[in-house]
Design a protein around this ligand. Structure first.
Ligand code: G3P
Length: 219
């Protein structure tokens, strides 16, 4: 499973990238608002310079011509830019057109299996089901991941399932068990994944025993 970081914060991206296990980045307008960065295009370029992997940058137009125009500009920023397109009628048309132009896409704001089916038929490279936001309204986000993985396997779609809106490590575990291709994860969740109290206690004991061993052999 590929690991993306879900942020536009350059420091967070650097920190995650330094771990050596980062495969890409997803951003959205809300994450840009949080991160700041005066020039959106320059900001996306800087992210691409940090991470060697796909970087999703979202269009804000909602009409076909506007989506295509913004998407082409975003794709021109760097070879790793993936154009993030909302799952609306005009977006579906744009997915197909971007595919024919060789521009990679990430279809975002997916909340149902039939939406994901249409996005795959339109040629999206990634589909982004938002599992946390479904859980928030008492729906089952993970069930959606399971449905999409099954549907895509049934028909050999090459669209990759990018689990988004991930809130905690068990979301990541479940997505991996269900066969999601990618999990895009906030830095806070990446840090939680690394943490285990038994690792901390075990390391403390090993280091204390090591000190005693060194003292005993040098005595
Ligand atoms: O990339 C978009 C998605 O991950 C949003 O997550 O936490 O705003 O629901 P969240």
């Amino acid at each position: 499973m590929k690991f993306f970081i879900d942020t536009a914060d350059l420091d967070e991206i650097r920190e995650a990238n330094d771990l050596g296990v980062l495969d890409g980045v997803t951003t959205n307008p809300s994450l840009m608002k949080k991160a700041g960065g005066a020039d959106f295009h320059e900001h996306i370029f800087r992210i691409c310079e940090i991470v060697d992997g796909d970087v999703s940058a979202e269009v804000t137009a909602t009409d076909f011509d506007g989506i295509m125009s913004e998407g082409r500009t975003l794709a021109g920023i760097h070879k790793n830019v993936v154009v993030k397109v909302p799952l609306i009628e005009e977006g579906i048309k744009a997915l197909k057109a971007f595919r024919s132009e060789g521009i990679k896409t990430n279809c975002t704001l997916c909340f149902s299996a039939p939406q994901a089916l249409i996005a795959a038929k339109a040629g999206a490279n990634y589909i982004s089901p938002f599992i946390g936001r479904l859980d928030d309204i008492s729906n089952d986000g993970l069930q959606l991941i399971s449905q999409i993985v099954t549907i895509y396997q049934n028909y050999n779609f090459d669209t990759e399932v990018l689990a988004a809106s991930i809130r905690h490590p068990m979301h990541v575990v479940a997505c991996a068990e269900l066969g999601a291709d990618v999990a895009t994860v906030p830095l806070s969740v990446i840090k939680k994944i690394l943490k285990h109290p038994l690792t901390d206690v075990g390391l403390e004991k090993f280091l204390a025993d090591w000190d005693q061993y060194k003292e005993s052999v040098s005595a």
